[in-house]
Design a protein around this ligand. Structure first.
Ligand SMILES: Cc1ncc(COP(=O)(O)O)c(C=O)c1O
Length: 458
């Protein structure tokens, strides 16, 4: 069992949580149409739905809120954030956005035309949906080993460079307005991308004059994995690893709700002047003036502080060890998770826990429901509910390769005993796994259906 590192912080403010009785949990599930997104947060005991915007801010971030300059244009807080963004990422231009998907929306609105393709290792759901909403085709070209949940490859988020070359050749550069990579690869288990792979991706995109954008939600965790696992980076400060990564790219989208440890915020950065002009126009239409981009001045201020805290190496060491600890405890209970443990979350192989439930009956969803039923714990399905879609050519349902339940760990929020409680609940679920049933939709919207779908037990 990996040792659980002492938290590199002490707790100054607390928030009570309450475990409601089993009968009430059952009623809440029924009211929610068996979709844990529809359960009130106060009826959740341990909330592992997401690590997005759910972290605890530091005393310095709270102090920064008070310094927020709420001027409509040219706020001091914007220039404070600008200095941090330039220092860490080094792009010539940037705009704040209210969160990551707003950056994706603006980039897609400006660059994606119907029929275009956007390659990546794996697009996250909001990126996928924003590209599709503009008539584009998001294409996932992660290495095949990413789909072997037991494989301990240290950089399972890597893009398959051969597949990327072949894809560009087949599709034609003229239909690829930009290319991406997601670090870490959330949809594939929070797995990192190596510096070597980032360099190879950049080289291919550059050769074909395809602008290279990095989806950077968990860039600091990715940089720390590089430090831990890639030869030559052992002694390099994480901030320098980050600078090296971004030196390879033409721009980035970022949900600051992850590694900038804020409750709301995002970034869209780029080097191209012409693109920046178009982005600003679209931003003004959708989000706000370019020096606040849909955020309050205080949010910009907290983000600037959080960007540096997210790169703190004592914090990152604790963070990645916390995830590894939970994964190890779950594995010891006989439940497989994606190996090795990702940065921000543990991904349970729901198909392996519930082999009797077919993909069309959503094994990941069934496990999510069961975890709430057992211990009022909330996770999220990352499988067929989220990603199955009709093939645009044949209309046939295409299921994802993996049926997962993701337990994301909010930053600086839960302690070891919370994680032990989660593991203990999973042990009990494993014991009665064969009695658990699948689900079918009673309602499902066309895009991003996992958020609002309702289910009936099969
Ligand atoms: C890799 C990745 N990209 C983009 C997003 C979207 O960010 P937001 O939720 O801030 O819109 C997320 C959110 O989870 C993500 O994990």
């Amino acid at each position: 069992m990996p040792s659980y590192p002492p938290e590199p912080f002490r707790i100054k403010v607390t928030e009570s949580i309450r475990l409601i009785p089993a009968k009430e949990r059952e009623a809440r599930l029924q009211e929610a149409g068996y979709n844990v997104f529809s359960i009130k947060a106060e009826d959740i005991f341990i909330d592992m739905l997401t690590d997005s915007g759910t972290g605890a801010m530091s005393q310095d971030q709270w102090a920064a809120l008070m310094r927020g300059d709420e001027s409509y244009a040219g706020a001091r807080s914007f220039y404070y954030l600008k200095a941090a963004v330039e220092d860490i990422f080094g792009f010539k231009h940037f705009v704040p956005t209210h969160q990551g998907r707003a950056a994706e929306n603006i980039l897609s609105a400006v660059l994606v035309k119907p029929g275009n393709s956007i390659p990546s290792n794996m697009h996250f759901d909001t990126t996928d949906a924003n590209i599709r909403a503009r008539g584009g085709r998001p294409t996932n070209l992660v290495i095949d080993r990413a789909f072997d949940t037991a494989d301990h490859h240290p950089f399972k988020g890597n893009m398959d460079i051969g597949k990327l070359e072949a894809f560009i050749e087949e599709t034609g550069v003229e239909t690829i307005p930009f290319g991406m990579v997601t670090i870490t690869n959330n949809a594939g288990g929070g797995q990192p991308v190596s510096m070597e792979n980032l360099k190879a991706i950049a080289q291919v995109y550059r050769k074909h004059k395809i602008p290279f954008f990095i989806d950077s939600a968990r860039y600091a965790e990715n940089a720390y994995f590089i430090k831990l696992r890639e030869k030559g980076y052992e002694n390099k400060p994480v901030i320098e690893i980050a600078r090296e990564m971004y030196g390879l790219a033409d721009g980035m989208t970022m949900s600051a709700k992850k590694d900038a440890i804020v409750n709301i915020g995002g970034l869209l950065c780029m080097n191209d002047e012409n693109l920046f002009q178009q982005v600003k126009n679209e931003l003004i239409l959708r989000e706000g003036f370019p020096t606040y981009g849909g955020l309050a001045g205080r949010d910009l201020e907290a983000m600037a502080v959080g960007l540096y805290e997210g790169l703190d190496e004592a914090y990152l060491a604790y963070r990645l060890a916390q995830t590894a600890y939970l994964a190890e405890r779950i594995n010891t209970a006989g439940i497989p998770t994606i190996q090795p443990a990702g940065g921000h979350a543990v991904y349970l192989d729901a198909q392996a826990v519930l082999p009797h439930i077919p993909q069309a009956e959503f094994p990941g969803q069934a496990l999510a429901v069961e975890l709430y039923r057992e211990g009022a714990i909330r996770g999220v399905e990352i499988g067929s509910v989220m990603f199955a879609h009709p093939d645009p050519d044949t209309g046939k349902m295409v299921h994802p390769k993996l049926e997962l339940l993701r337990l994301a760990i909010p930053r600086r929020t839960y302690t070891q005993s919370h994680l032990d409680y989660v593991a203990d609940c999973l042990v009990r679920i494993k014991e009665r796994a064969s009695t658990i049933r699948g689900y079918k939709f009673s309602y499902a919207p066309e895009l991003l259906r996992h958020f609002t779908a309702r289910f009936d037990p099969v």
